[in-house]
Design a protein. Sequence first.
Length: 127
Amino acid sequence: MIHLFAAAAALLFLDQWSKWMVRVLRIRHVNSSRGIYTRDRARAGLVLSWVVALACAMALHISGATFQSQLSMWGVGAALGGAAGNLVDILRRNSVLDFIDLQWWPVFNLADVGIIAGLVVAFWPLA
């Protein structure tokens, strides 16, 4: 279980640090805002969804159903940390700061990378 929390904390820290650096260094960035980010009920729903995801991951691990390896727990932690990073943005600024622009894909951030890569690792057959 420690791997889940360590990965989540590391990803959350890296995500927030990278977004701070983007602002300080004045790197081109996009504030992705949606009307839903300003609605209190929607914001509460996003927080509740994150808490439910954490509880489900912990229950699956404790029950022995899945997420039994350290690698899979790091993956779940990275996904939860990335989600927490974007959630912090929504709660603080009513938008998500995106700054990685590949020109052929929508602009994204480290939190998004953590979510996708973390879930791939968590559900990888050998993890």
